[in-house]
Design a protein around this ligand. Structure first.
Ligand SMILES: *Cc1c(COP(=O)(O)O)cnc(C)c1O
Length: 413
């Protein structure tokens, strides 16, 4: 490894010992919680058997769903290979719980890009808007906190679901802590108890010792919760009736969660969940190291290296197109899969600007594995996340730094 790169990594890592220790502590507490549920539910070899067809009385599927409910402090959970992605899980939760004439209110500002089509913020065929569901949005305050007053003013008798996005996703805002989410859910419930609170939990799982307490908590299994081992899937945990409504939407009214063969994924779901806190800890440490290194080099980063984190995403503001691209190419070069591919910006459906995506992952598109992506637009921000092991995070970062050097773009430009 290049001497200068080695030194900057060594110094950065040394300065983060205390944060790393706290991160490991969180992973330990989460692992304990998961293990406790697996023991209580008597998880066994028999649950790992593959089922096919309708999947009636699927004990493996039912057991993993009970474990998820325990871990997320929920009444019930839907954990399925038939949930294709995070967007599909969120869409299923929303369509299952909203009816014509209802209103959806997002209180964490603009939702994640793909949700804009689901909701109909960008006009889309078959969106919630086309089904007669109206939409309103409360922005976060300038300091990144919830706007209580604004939220209170936007809640009406039509408000049926309140949406909260835990992770910043691909924006430069701060992510929301579970304590903040729980508090605002309490506030919404104090206005009207029957409002359904839904948390988009993508990228947030196991970054804290507790998970959000809401009627619907929704995420993807190819992000944090799957621990890098789940080959596909999503989850919806929460209030039994709300989850059942989502299940009716996923399968068919009257059938709900009763059907849906496990197709052999139960073992990878269970093992993935079991290692997820440790994998998330590795990714968090990688993100902290990345933040520290680029801050040292003079770039603006979000979050800052020692800031407490509510998700695994690290943003780096390059302010320079070539440096951004060079960084992503360096991450791709250090991927275990498709390392020989050269990452290039390209047009993507649903995006205005070209997007560059560096991801050489075992599970296609899995962003719990080390990956970096960026829309090619000012101020040229790269979003880095994931890493199955801290070693890989560090090697990937070193590779990106070496690539920047090779391209003559090392240091603030
Ligand atoms: C990734 C993500 C989604 C969408 O999940 P996909 O699996 O990409 O469809 C939604 N919300 C947030 C905050 C995310 O990070």
């Amino acid at each position: 490894m290049d001497k200068e790169v080695k030194e900057i990594l060594y110094n950065a890592e040394n300065s983060l010992r205390e944060q790393f220790r706290k991160t490991d502590e969180t992973a330990e507490i989460c692992t304990e919680k998961i293990l406790k549920s697996m023991r209580n539910r008597r998880l066994s070899d028999a649950h790992f058997a593959e089922t096919t067809g309708y999947g009636y009385n699927d004990i493996g599927r039912d057991t993993i769903e009970k474990i998820y409910a325990d871990v997320f402090g929920a009444e019930s959970a839907l954990v399925r290979a038939q949930i294709i992605s995070g967007t599909h899980a969120l869409s299923t939760a929303l369509f299952g719980n909203l009816r014509h004439g209802d209103e959806l209110l997002y209180i964490s500002g603009e939702p994640y890009d793909t949700l804009k089509g689901v909701i109909g913020i960008t006009p889309t065929k078959n969106s919630l808007a086309e089904h007669g569901v109206t939409y309103r949005q409360a922005e976060l305050l300038a300091n990144g906190e919830f706007d209580r007053e604004g939220i209170g003013a936007l809640i009406s008798e039509k408000t049926k679901v309140v949406g909260i996005q835990r992770s910043k996703g691909y924006s430069f805002r701060k992510s929301l802590f579970v304590s903040e989410i729980d508090e605002i859910v309490g506030y919404v419930k104090s206005i009207r108890k029957d409002i359904i609170c839904m948390v988009d939990n993508c990228y947030g799982e196991f970054t804290d010792i507790i998970e959000p307490c809401a009627d619907l908590v929704v995420g993807s299994l190819i992000k944090n919760a799957g621990g890098g081992l789940a080959p596909v899937g999503g989850y919806i945990a929460g209030n039994a009736e709300c989850v059942a409504n989502a299940a009716d939407c996923l399968t068919a009214p009257g059938l709900g969660a009763e059907i849906g063969a496990n197709m052999g994924v139960v073992k990878s779901f269970a093992q993935g969940l079991f290692v997820a806190p440790a994998v998330v800890a590795a990714a968090l440490k990688g993100a902290m190291l990345t933040a520290k290194v680029f801050e040292t080099l003079g770039y603006e980063v979000s979050p800052k290296p020692r800031e407490n984190r509510a998700d695994i995403v690290q943003a780096i503001k390059f302010g320079n197109r070539d440096a951004l691209i060079s960084f992503c190419k360096g991450i791709q070069e250090a991927s275990p899969v498709d390392s020989f591919a050269e990452a290039e910006p390209a047009p993507m459906p649903g995006y205005v600007h070209d997007v560059i995506m560096a991801a050489g992952t075992f599970v296609s598109g899995a962003s719990i594995e080390l990956s970096a992506d960026a829309p090619i637009r000012e101020p040229y921000i790269a979003y880095v996340q994931g890493g199955l092991t801290f070693s890989h995070c560090k090697i990937g970062l070193a590779s990106a730094l070496c690539r920047l050097k090779k391209d003559g773009l090392y240091g603030r430009l």
